[in-house]
Write a protein that binds this ligand. Structure first.
Ligand code: ADP
Ligand code: MG
Length: 327
């Protein structure tokens, strides 16, 4: 099998919405009138972003999921993707698994594969996604990092820290019960991008970001872009580690405090977002519409910097945002 057979066999389908898909020098998309294109790329490199022996189908899912998560953070509706692949060799069973994982998630979100590039080299996957954002009265509706204002509430979607827990569990076989590790591994290997929530939050959230490098670290990007500070209540974030509700959960088996995982874990692919207090009911309705739980964990302040408070309102040392706890 050569390069072109490989593309035809695993990565070519009739375009549905795209004007032109795989097979020409360029793909053609026709943005709807009154819309902007949201574009984002993410690269995954073997050994850096995933283990060499990871299941190919899960890798196909995750490679697209991390990209769709960026569209979600902008409140963009997925339209299309391109796939640039470097493969050490042609391994058909790997290609079948990888493409199946990719197509399944792409279909879930109506995202068409319209082109890419294929070359020989160390296993590297680079996906670019294209999404659509409406323009209302000349105003693009994309959620940005820069829109947060002092006094806004701070929220996070879903659960946090379980991906990191899984990574440690895999590095220390036997450290946690199999069943608990399995559940956490789902979060590491099969993240579900919060696309529906991002869409539902348009016009409601003032700023948003997806959490890929840990909540507090990513939050600092919002603070910087928005020119404000934030106060985070540790007691509201700590329960978000889903593994704690597993029947086999034993806190003593943890190598680190729960806060390390939820505040700085990384690979969560949840959304952190802000909204004015007057939008509390609208946020609740958006979360219900998207079938995605959201938790209010703090507020934005005029005073710069990130303050972490315990349940009694006492300041906790916050080193999470400034350096990598897991380095
Ligand atoms: P070019 O010579 O213009 O670089 P290629 O010969 O690399 O084009 O690719 C042929 C066609 O196949 C193009 O339409 C390209 O977008 C598409 N393509 C290449 N690799 C992939 C891939 N991994 N997934 C989807 N489409 C691909
Ligand atoms: Mg090419």
């Amino acid at each position: 099998m050569g390069e072109f057979d490989l593309i035809a066999r695993y990565f070519t389908r009739q375009p549905v919405r795209a004007v032109l898909g795989v097979g020409d020098d360029c793909a053609l998309l026709q943005p709807r009138q009154g819309t902007q294109l949201a574009i984002s790329s993410d690269m995954l490199v073997e050994g850096r972003h995933f283990f060499a022996d990871v299941d190919a189908r899960k890798l196909g899912h995750k490679a697209l999921a991390v990209n769709l998560s960026d569209l979600a953070a902008c409140g963009a509706k997925p339209l299309a993707l391109t796939l640039a692949l470097a493969l050490p060799r042609i391994d058909e069973s790997w290609l079948a698994g990888f493409s199946a994982g990719l197509w399944a998630l792409a279909d879930t979100h109506g995202c068409e594969l319209v082109g890419g590039d294929t070359t020989q080299g160390p296993l590297t996957i680079c996906i670019t996604v294209f999404g659509e954002v409406e323009v209302i009265k000349g105003q693009g509706q994309a959620l940005r990092r820069s829109g947060a204002r002092a006094g806004d509430d701070l929220y996070v979607s879903g659960t946090l820290g379980d991906a990191r827990l899984a990574l440690e569990g895999m590095q220390h076989p036997g450290a946690w019960p199999d069943d608990l590790l399995e559940q956490a591994r789902l979060r590491l290997e099969q993240p579900e991008p919060r696309v529906a929530l991002g869409l539902a939050l348009r016009g409601i959230a003032s700023a948003a970001i997806d959490i890929s490098d840990g909540l507090l670290g990513d939050l600092t990007h919002v603070l910087k872009a928005s020119g404000c500070g934030a106060t985070v209540h540790a007691a509201d974030v700590a329960p978000l580690l889903a593994a704690q509700s597993h029947p086999q959960w034993r806190p003593l088996e943890l190598a680190r405090p729960v806060l390390d995982y939820v505040l700085a874990g990384g690979d969560d692919y949840e959304l952190a977002f802000t909204a004015a207090p007057s939008q509390r009911n609208a946020v609740k309705a958006a979360a219900a519409l998207a079938c995605t739980p959201v938790t209010r964990i703090g507020r934005m302040d005029a005073e710069p910097g990130l303050r972490l408070l315990d349940a009694q309102g006492q300041r906790l040392a916050n080193s999470y945002a400034s350096f990598d706890h897991f380095a």
